[in-house]
Ligand binder design. Sequence first.
Ligand code: NDP
Length: 505
Amino acid sequence: MASSSDSDSQSKETILSRHRTAAEEVVSDHTQLYIGGEWQDAASGETFDTLDPTTGEVLASVPRGRAEDVDRAIEAAWDTYEREWSETTTSERQAVLLEIADRVEAHSEELAKLETLDNGKTLMEARIDMNTTAEQFRYFAGVVESDRGQTEDGDGYHGKVIHEPYGVVGQIIPWNFPLAMASWKLAPALAAGNCSVIKPAEQTPLSLLRLMELVDDVVPDGVVNVVTGYGEEAGAPLSKHEGVRKIAFTGSTVVGKQIMRNAADNVTDVTLELGGKSPIVVHEDADPQAAVETIAFAIFANTGECCEAGSRLFVHEDVADDVLEGLIGAAEGMTVGDPLDEATDLGPKVSHEQVERTTNYLESAREGGAEFLAGGEPPEDEALEDGCFVAPTLVEGLDHEHEAVQEEIFGPVLEVFRWEDYDEMMTLANDVDYGLAGGVITNDIEKADRTAHDIEAGYIWVNTWHEMSPGLPYGGYKQSGIGRELSVDTLDHYTQTKSIKYGLH
Ligand code: NDP
């Protein structure tokens, strides 16, 4: 691993001063609850700090929203829905979505910097998130235009099928792609004609709050209401509320199950995008160098904090030595350090809690007999000592049943397995509770096709990773979730279907 303090641009003083300057530039004063178009304190008056995971410094304080704030937000959302938003035409909503996309684009560098400060992802990764965010609003502005319902004429009747919004939906967002995940949920919800009460993750509330400030004059008051707070205190009341007709969640499978239980009391519709433990299958004909690039990207992008990360590598014995040698070089060659420095490849994790979670798994892997081919220890670099850093890590020799293999680590940690027998390998590849994504690396189209069909997951990449295009539905098999995002199917998740039958007797 390249040491971040090899260069002056990554000395402790430079990092601190760069972050303080950036925070002064981009952290807004508007970091309150955004309800009914107004900036408000929590009813309790309490706040909590959001930290910069690179330096450990406080970026801002945000309100600690609780049930009564959620109630207020839901009331504001229904008021706007009934008075105004439910009356809007498709093209009026389309204009709002397109303008949001334009504003994101016009402020993308500022928003990217804010995301980097709050989350720790590199600036390059944050810029990609801003493109994704603008793209989501444009995509659903287009898709909603094509939603015209259907008609059905039968013997003695005329029928029509229409899609109506739910009214008010609840949306709970994770910290790994804060604004991009918010856009995956807000864009289809608004396009379909709903109002939203949305809760960002406690670690990363700032980009969504800034977006609302930027679009305050575009989005009618009460259409989007942001309640910051902790999961148990603000997320749980949202998912239990009888005024919420649909709840959409991205996060851990454990919390996803709680959301389903909460929603069950009111028979509220849910979509869940949960964790993953995705297999990468490398066939014997693969070009090792090309494989290394794809695998390194699959596991190390966004510091491994991706639900779709390729975190279990199944590499054919014929190419295993070459691929692993290349991967060790790639891991050790990465610059771990300040995500605001363009030279950095791997930024910090989002929080010390997340670092601890990853290091606990590494400790357990060590006790389970794992061999560390790379990483496994925190970076030895004084400049990074206050930040949430984990080195890119490659692990071999674990039993596939081991918890570090079965559970989502959500860090830059790849577990390696060699194979010769395809069927045995595929049994292992599918032997996890998750089924979000998977991938295959080969130059043989038949092998690619067979493996793509054999992996039990909702999204498969062939010779690439992470790329998602609006129009290709994204979502999980097994315990990785319910429902699909990024596609026409998503609009269906935000509408309810009504049939109207006219008797012609
Ligand atoms: P959580 O599932 O706890 O967090 C996701 C969101 O759910 C956050 O907004 C959180 O709020 C909220 N939340 C937490 N508890 C509740 C609750 N009882 N009711 C309603 N909402 C709730 O994930 P963690 O941040 O704890 O991360 C743990 C692990 O989850 C990670 O290590 C990773 O494995 C996985 N994860 C997966 C993600 C994915 O993209 N699929 C994204 C994030 C995490 P708050 O943060 O304020 O507590």
